[in-house]
Design a protein around this ligand. Structure first.
Ligand code: ZN
Ligand code: ZN
Ligand code: FE
Length: 339
């Protein structure tokens, strides 16, 4: 029996679900052995080349493919599947099997951002791609069995619900106040300095007032920019700087007890949308409240969309700022300052 691979629409929550039955065959790598890593130089996927810093590979178990089969089931008015057409890619961040952005030189992380930008431009030329979702999942605790540093790119045939929701917020705010919502938040944060952890010439690292996850971190551009493609090389370098600092903060948050798992997402405007109605930002989530206490998204969060933030934000910002000072002292190069 062929596996089902299609999009299904939830008319209650108004969002798409990507059904990808074949992904159940994905291997879970029990042991982390360098010989078998598919992303290390020498692996069949990579070839013998070692003259690269960042490389893009097709996802071996893609949820979306460029030429998908017709949906499997007969459609009805309310249950109408759609083709799972799209592109899923993996971005190998470095040839070396261990580590994270905080041990890569700044120029290497700029190369990573350049790769994302080039890939995004390429994907958006495909008529069936409506949004490019860029993210990184790190850590076994959140289901990532491959430890080799990598990110992912999904060229989606629709605009994700979360992005549409944010877009609506930006649009409404702009129409009511004549200014971009995040530009206004950035202005207030720079004035009050209440939630800033780190600042360089073009970006702020914040522990936002509205953090859902423990020690959730956001990166906001100071200038109004709505997508990665609008960043010039100097701005990309400063974005790379903030990514290195955030990752170093996370890797030092619990006194080097462990490299914590985290998720990094890039929120950019829907490609066709008005530039005024979206402000580029990165969001980082991690589950630990303490070095051995985790926050779970459970009934109230998953069933109702209501987050309980089980820590005192006033203590978290103090800890994040202290960690920033320590974390940046381990970096070979830093372009801004901790608060
Ligand atoms: Zn590897
Ligand atoms: Zn803005
Ligand atoms: Fe966002």
């Amino acid at each position: 029996m062929r596996h089902v691979n299609e999009l299904r629409w939830d008319p209650l929550s108004r969002e798409w679900i990507i059904v990808a039955g074949h992904r159940s065959k994905r291997p879970w790598r029990e042991k982390d052995s360098t010989e078998k890593c598919p992303f290390c130089p020498g692996a069949p996927e990579i070839g013998s080349r070692s003259d690269w810093k960042v490389i893009v590979l097709p996802n071996k178990y893609p949820a979306l493919i460029p030429n998908p089969p017709e949906p499997s089931i007969v459609s009805s008015k309310l249950m109408k599947p759609s083709k799972a057409q799209g592109i899923c890619e993996v971005v190998i961040e470095t040839p070396s099997h261990e580590g994270d952005f905080d041990i890569l030189p700044l120029g290497h992380v700029v190369e990573y951002i350049n790769t994302l930008v080039n890939e995004q431009i390429k994907l958006l030329k495909k008529p069936f791609i409506k949004y490019v979702a860029i993210f990184k999942n790190k850590g076994r605790e959140i289901g990532v069995s491959l430890t080799h540093p990598h990110s992912q790119i999904y060229g989606l045939p629709f605009i994700p619900k979360k992005i549409l929701d944010e877009y609506e917020s930006f649009k409404t705010y702009y129409r009511e106040h004549g200014i971009c919502l995040l530009c206004d938040i950035v202005r207030e944060e720079i004035a009050t300095k209440k939630h800033i952890i780190y600042e360089n010439k073009y970006f702020l690292i914040l522990f936002p007032f509205y953090a859902k996850w423990p020690y959730e971190i956001h990166v906001y551009s100071k200038k109004h920019i709505s997508s990665l493609t609008q960043l010039n090389i100097e701005e990309r370098t400063h974005l790379a700087d903030t990514i290195r600092v955030v990752v170093s903060i996370y890797n030092n948050l619990f006194e080097k007890e462990k490299e914590i798992p985290y998720i990094m997402v890039f929120h950019q405007k829907p490609p066709e949308a008005n530039d005024n109605y979206f402000h580029l930002h990165l969001e980082f989530y991690q589950p630990y409240r303490d070095k051995d206490k985790k926050k779970y998204a459970a009934g109230i969060e998953l069933g109702f969309g209501v987050f309980t933030h089980d820590l005192d934000p006033r203590e978290e910002i103090v800890k994040l700022r202290g960690t920033c000072k320590r974390a940046t002292s381990f970096l070979d190069e830093v372009l801004g300052k901790c608060y």
